[in-house]
Design a binder for this molecule. Structure first.
Ligand code: PSV
Ligand code: MN
Ligand code: MN
Length: 388
């Protein structure tokens, strides 16, 4: 196995983007639970996200969701982010919270609704120009609940056409990141249900169209690391939305449900060059649940990604390749399992301290008094929630 000291150069480069919506009140479709000290606007969401970066050194950018994070002056928001030691990242579109989108958005049969959705997405590109964001992330709610409800193929043609119009608007440094999801809100057929569909659309668009893999968006037992390998191999893995799931799109703390799966994913990321200096893969969290405290929940998630990245970097690739060549199944498997079972937490804590960061970011957050301070300050106004 490699030594921990051999992993730190790669670890030092690791950046994990946080979703602004993780800091608002959230819940399930049954109830949104409110917490004390929740941000009242995008400025306060960024201040909270900045705490995660301050204590972990891992999360220097924040993804915005439009219109939830719509502000009059994005220059001011960007400046506020910089003052807090972070920057604005991916811009996420929202074509799922308007009555017009009941039967879809970019795939809608009605040209008026489609035009409205396209115009929303183009407005998001205007915002990217103002924020300096590279990535436009599109996740669509489009799909059908019943066979025969609409023509599956026509919807693909309309999707291709709409994406083409959007892609044509992007500047040379900007990317279209298309996120797939197996089901929900539609239950019979989803218009971008899997990586293959996302990939064929990206391929038709051009090199700056890439796929977002949300770890919660697959059927149970899907071999997600295989998809990671394939998209990296094809040069089209644009981004991860990390979270964990027990059942469907649970959006729980990363690595909570299946740490071994996270290790296998990170092993393929390392193998495919996703941790290299030249890599353009964005690592993002899409974890936004409701029973844990927001800032500590995000800290836990970024640390979990870091721990599994470190373990994946411990894999002795030369020994693995040799065992694979020799057909020594047990030896090859043991190379991976040795790395997986290595507890890197003490090494990471010491390394963090050597870089001027707290050894235990969660304890440092508790000791900082930040949560109590904002709970006292943020009274009045409407606390932001998932969708506000
Ligand atoms: C809906 O499933 C979703 O969770 C997608 O994963 C998006 O990334 C996110 O919402 C924000 O739009
Ligand atoms: Mn997602
Ligand atoms: Mn999701």
């Amino acid at each position: 196995m490699r030594a921990f000291s051999q992993t730190t150069e790669d670890l030092a480069r690791q950046e994990i983007e946080l979703p602004s919506w993780a800091f608002g009140n959230s819940g399930t479709r049954f109830k949104v639970f409110t917490q004390r000290g929740i941000p009242r606007d995008p400025f306060e969401k960024i201040a909270d996200a900045a705490q995660v970066h301050r204590l972990t050194g891992l999360a220097p950018s924040v993804a915005l969701h439009i219109p939830w994070d719509l502000v009059d002056d994005f220059d001011k928001l960007g400046e506020h982010a910089r003052d807090n030691g972070v920057r604005l990242g991916t811009i996420n579109t929202n074509t799922f919270q308007d009555d017009d989108y009941m039967f879809g958005s970019l795939c809608h049969v009605d040209q008026r609704v489609r035009a409205k959705a396209i115009s929303h997405v183009l407005g998001c590109v205007d915002i990217m120009d103002a924020t300096g964001s590279r990535d436009l992330k599109i996740w669509l709610p489009d799909g059908l609940n019943y066979p025969g409800q609409a023509d599956l193929r026509d919807r693909q043609e309309r999707l291709a056409d709409a994406l083409g119009q959007i892609y044509a608007r992007l500047a040379a440094h900007q990317r279209l990141v298309l996120e797939y999801k197996l089901f929900e809100p539609a239950f019979y057929a989803t218009d971008v249900p899997d990586w293959g569909t996302a990939y064929v659309h990206c391929l038709a668009l051009g090199e700056r169209a890439v796929v977002c893999l949300d770890t919660g968006h697959h059927a149970p037992h899907t071999n997600i690391e295989f998809i990671v390998m394939q998209l990296l191999r094809l040069g089209r893995l644009g981004a991860f939305d990390f979270n964990s799931r027990f059942y469907a799109d649970d959006d729980l703390i990363v690595g909570a449900a299946d740490p071994f799966q996270l290790f296998r994913i990170m092993t393929e990321v390392v193998r495919g060059g996703g941790c290299d200096e030249s890599s353009e893969v964005t690592f993002m969290l899409d974890q936004c649940h409701n029973i844990e405290a927001k800032i500590p929940g995000q800290i836990r998630s970024v640390l979990n990604v870091q721990e599994m990245t470190a373990r994946a970097l411990l894999v002795d690739r030369a020994a693995l390749a040799e065992a694979e060549r020799a057909g020594d199944v047990l030896a090859a498997n043991a190379v991976l399992m040795d790395a997986f079972y290595t507890d890197v937490r003490a090494d990471l804590a010491a390394w963090r301290e050597s870089r001027g960061l707290p050894a235990d970011p969660l304890a440092a957050f508790r000791a900082s008094g930040y949560a109590e301070r904002v709970a006292a300050e943020r009274v009045g106004g409407t606390q932001a929630g998932w969708g506000a």
